[in-house]
Ligand binder design. Structure first.
Ligand SMILES: Nc1ncnc2c1ncn2[C@@H]1O[C@H](COP(=O)(O)OP(=O)(O)OP(=O)(O)O)[C@@H](O)[C@H]1O
Ligand SMILES: O=C(O)C[C@H](Cc1nc2cc(Cl)cc(Cl)c2[nH]1)c1ccc(Cl)cc1
Length: 325
């Protein structure tokens, strides 16, 4: 047909049917359906461009990956995990939404929500530290998004301020799911923080393969360093590190090299600055716990007095973001 000549590709759009079951709707979107604009940023294997859909005049972020580069760098697995993880996470305002994927002879394309408020890390660097009100708001949005991804059986495994983007309204959009762990359907259920390696029993070989990925040193959980297994509670460890960093202006575990950072983590060797707010300190102490099964579960985190006054659920995503100060 005509759309084949235009170099377009069959793309699938993730939607849910009337019973709430995810369905891949076939829509014929391709490169020629978009007008590509400015470069938003570069990754190791990707370029992200702003692009406008010619039919509906809507702007997106399109992540373009060079096929040859992906294959040469052995990143095929990560690209397909990013696609599969994002396709399960289509119903939450705090997660970058994937609208279409397609490919042409040279590249792969992810058509994503455009988050043009920059990265949370950039704003934190500019401010030095966040005050408690901003930390509470951004912490609550991140926690709400983590609860949702865990309920869909997705462990992010590399949560950090660089991977929290901000949109026009300065609301959070978590991105970068290429290193996520997708639990099989059986264990996707609860939002609780199951034990290490929860849900999908792995054989030795798979165990080895799973170990190939370790997140970013400052946010890596102790269980990933000792028994090589990430679990939902590993994301809560990273969440504790992020809360600490928003208030202190630096992550809790930071040394001059990765190995020394890892030593601090497994020894739980960190200190709070003197003027660190007491209620936040109490919460963080219940997250930065070596034993993942002893970390505060998400429902208890939401009930912690640090988040007093937060309206969980839709209200959290409708309210105005506090001015960063
Ligand atoms: N949806 C988006 N909206 C706006 N900017 C984005 C979006 N996704 C990514 N970017 C920006 O584009 C840049 C590249 O992002 P990308 O996810 O492709 O690579 P990365 O994960 O940052 O790098 P690496 O692959 O080395 O980890 C980043 O600086 C990011 O801030
Ligand atoms: O699942 C699909 O829809 C089909 C493909 C799967 C896929 N085809 C690939 C070809 C190459 Cl060369 C590299 C990767 Cl990572 C590839 N992944 C696809 C297309 C586009 C994107 Cl962004 C991801 C995966």
């Amino acid at each position: 047909e005509e759309w084949k000549e235009r170099g377009a590709a069959v793309a699938t759009r993730q939607e849910v049917d009337q019973n709430g079951r995810p369905v891949s709707k076939i829509v014929k979107k391709g490169v020629n359906d978009f007008h590509f604009g400015r470069t938003l940023g570069e990754g190791s294997y990707s370029t992200v461009l702003a692009a406008t859909d010619r039919q509906i005049h809507r702007e997106y972020a399109v992540k373009v990956l060079d096929k040859r580069h992906i294959i040469k760098e052995k990143k095929v697995k990560y690209v397909n995990i990013e696609k599969d993880a994002l396709n399960r996470l289509t119903e939450h305002p705090g997660i970058v939404r994937l609208y279409y994927t397609f490919q042409d002879e040279r590249s792969l394309y992810f058509v994503l929500d455009l988050a043009n408020g920059g990265e949370l890390l950039g704003h934190l660097k500019k401010m030095g530290t966040f005050d408690e009100e901003c930390t509470r708001f951004y912490g609550a949005q991140m926690l709400d998004s983590i609860a949702y991804m865990h309920s869909k059986g997705i462990i992010h495994r590399d949560l950090k301020p660089e991977n929290v983007l901000l949109d026009e309204q300065m609301h959070t959009k978590i991105t970068d799911f290429g290193t996520a762990k997708i639990l099989d359907i059986r264990s996707a259920g609860g939002t609780g923080t199951d034990g290490p390696g929860s849900g999908d029993p792995m054989d030795g070989a798979e165990q080895e393969r799973a170990v190939s990925f370790v997140g970013t040193a400052e946010y890596v959980s102790p269980e990933l360093l000792t028994d090589k297994n990430a679990c939902k509670a590993s994301d809560l460890w990273a969440f504790g590190c992020i809360l600490y960093q928003l208030l202190a202006g630096r992550p809790p575990f930071k040394a001059s090299n990765e190995y020394q950072t890892f030593q601090k983590i497994v020894a739980l060797d960190y200190r709070f600055p003197d003027n660190f707010p007491a209620v936040a300190k109490d919460l963080i102490e219940r997250l930065l716990v070596l034993d993942p099964s002893k970390r505060l579960p998400i429902e208890h985190i939401k009930a912690h007095s640090f988040f007093e006054g937060i309206q969980w659920g839709k209200g959290l995503w409708k309210q105005k973001a506090p001015r960063l100060r």
